[in-house]
Design a protein around this ligand. Structure first.
Ligand code: NAG
Ligand code: NAG
Length: 534
């Protein structure tokens, strides 16, 4: 019984000992009025809930909890405990056979370090910009601040489409005219770059607490470069335009540089399978695996490396996890130089019926290449009854599970899709509507933050760039979904998810003799930052 009591006492023992440095503005909760949904937090020009990170004192921890029942980043505090001479945490398991599924013991192996993390973020699409611009200037600032600012999620990654995607009001590319303009003499940015993307990126950079690393991706080339001369369908780059399509990327880097926007990485085209197995009706460009290898080895790779943008990362494939091994092998077979030219592999979210362990296998086969998750959203499948499910906790659970699985399988960063959408999940010229963590209601000059926003924040806010993932082993029969990282300052951050409808006690052993105890509420996400120093 001693351990059980300890468990309970520990939770409350130090509450009040640390004075919060800031008092955060709480979520202005709105009941969405639909059975089975959680709340959303409402923001406008004058109000938005904030979250500040508190630094745990030596030998203590700060925890942040969000729940289906309505908590959002609720703070709690506790101390790191040491085992007495006769104590052993096996007791917790032994003594509680009756409720064994409710007691979890995790051991963090702080010296077994895995990948170093780049960060978390979202995408600056035309649709996000259009919704953002519906808001008053003050509310626009609130929206960007709640993602990028010091009192927001502190996002440090952005993905931006090169020209249009389906989340635009019309399909377009740069340099559509003149036809067959191989030298790209008429390359020019679009109205959407000036009205939406560049201003959004500039504001994000101004508010951010860390360098924002931007990944840029083309959905399609100008249609004159393509075999089918159409924006969608079965179509690939005509061989005579391989170099033009590589130059199309370099020109984008030059154009954005004029606005002081540095592109950290480019991907080798969005979802190449869509132009090979054409099941979608939006902007696409197909690459068969061997063609992609040829283009990267002969055109994109040398062009980037011999340019003054030589440090831009090249991330290959940019598609669902199940096609990645096939595409990489095809590229390698065609020309091993293609693999030398790439710095990493970009992965999408929608094929996650294949276990995440495939990512670990890819990492082992291509060591030295980073794995980056570049796109995720809920609601895109034909069988998704509702594109937008306002207030859905279930979708937050899926986001959290996906991030946990990715990080536990060598992924270094996770980028969400549209930063914000309207209540129907658009605009999208191809009617491919989906959900987003923030929905904008322009007529009321307000936006709402869904549970997915907080799910992402449980990672982005508390796991700074440069953190390293460490192994966690389970010492109980029950478990909870988890990740542990060591931050650059040497603190330990864990994110735990309890998907059960009952409470779970979790003991986290951080060394042979030291541990913390926390309670995971039903259907909750908890981030814990531990200062392990005595
Ligand atoms: C250059 O592109 C613009 C559209 O951006 C188009 O209106 C114009 O006709 C093009 N110029 C030529 C010479 O094709
Ligand atoms: C990129 O080019 C610059 C000179 O323009 C050079 O100093 C640098 O070492 C190059 N970096 C790589 C990764 O090749």
């Amino acid at each position: 019984m001693k351990s059980l009591k300890l468990l309970l006492v520990t939770l409350t023992i130090l509450i009040g000992e640390f004075k919060p440095g800031y008092s955060d503005l709480p979520c202005r909760a709105r009941d969405v009025g639909i059975d089975g949904r959680s709340i959303v937090c409402v923001c406008d020009a004058n109000y938005c809930d904030t979250i500040t990170k508190e630094t745990p004192a030596r030998g203590s921890f700060v925890a942040y909890t969000s729940t289906n029942a309505g908590k959002r980043f609720e703070k709690s505090y506790g101390a790191v405990n040491g085992f007495g001479a006769t104590e052993d945490d096996d007791i917790i398991v032994e003594e509680n056979k009756a409720c064994i599924r409710k007691n979890v013991v995790l051991r963090v192996l702080t010296s077994s370090k895995k990948q170093t993390l780049e960060g978390f973020g979202g995408s600056v699409t035309d649709a996000a910009g259009i919704n953002w611009r519906k808001l008053s200037t003050k509310a626009q600032k609130q929206l960007m601040s709640t993602y990028f600012g010091p009192e927001g999620l502190e996002y440090n990654l952005i993905r931006v489409p090169i020209a249009g995607a389906d989340f635009s009001t019309h399909p377009y590319t740069y340099n559509e005219l003149p036809w067959n303009d191989a030298a790209l003499t008429n390359y020019s940015l679009s109205r959407e770059d000036f009205d939406y993307k560049i201003p959004m990126i500039e504001m994000a950079k101004a508010m951010a607490t860390d360098e924002i690393k931007i990944t840029a991706t083309a959905w399609s080339s100008p249609i004159w470069m393509k075999t089918n001369e159409a924006i969608t369908g079965f179509g690939q780059i005509k061989p005579e335009f391989y170099q033009s399509y590589a130059d199309y990327h370099l020109r984008f880097l030059e154009e954005y540089e004029k606005y002081n926007i540095k592109i950290w990485a480019i991907t080798t085209t969005n979802e190449p399978i869509n132009g090979v197995v054409p099941t979608v009706n939006f902007n696409s460009l197909g690459w068969f695996p061997r063609q992609l290898g040829r283009w990267v080895a002969n055109n994109l790779g040398p062009s980037v490396r011999n340019s003054r943008f030589n440090e831009t990362l090249i991330l290959a494939v940019d598609d669902q996890r199940y096609i990645i091994p096939i595409w990489l092998r095809g590229m390698e077979k065609e020309d091993p130089k293609s693999i030398e030219y790439i710095d990493g592999i970009a992965i999408h979210y929608y094929g996650n019926f294949m276990p995440a362990s495939v990512l670990t296998r890819i990492q082992k086969r291509y060591p030295g290449k980073i794995l980056l998750s570049t796109e995720a959203c809920e609601g895109p499948m034909p069988w998704d009854k509702h594109k937008v499910e306002i207030g859905s906790w279930d979708r937050a659970v899926k986001y959290t599970r996906s991030i946990l699985e990715d990080l536990n399988n060598y992924v270094v960063g996770w980028i969400d899709w549209n930063l914000c959408l309207d209540e129907h999940g658009g605009p999208n010229w191809a009617h491919n509507y989906v959900d987003a963590p923030i929905l904008v209601f322009g007529e009321n000059d307000e936006f709402v933050k869904q549970p997915m926003y907080y799910a992402l924040g449980h990672f982005s806010k508390f796991i700074p760039r440069g953190s390293q993932v460490v192994e966690v082993s389970r010492m109980s029969s029950a478990t909870v979904q988890n990740i542990a990282v060591v931050t650059p300052e040497g603190n330990l951050v864990l994110v735990l998810q309890n998907t059960n409808d009952y409470e779970t006690n979790v003991r986290i052993r951080i060394s042979a003799t030291r541990y913390i105890d926390v309670l995971l509420e039903p259907e909750s996400i908890k981030t814990i930052e531990i200062n392990p120093n005595n």
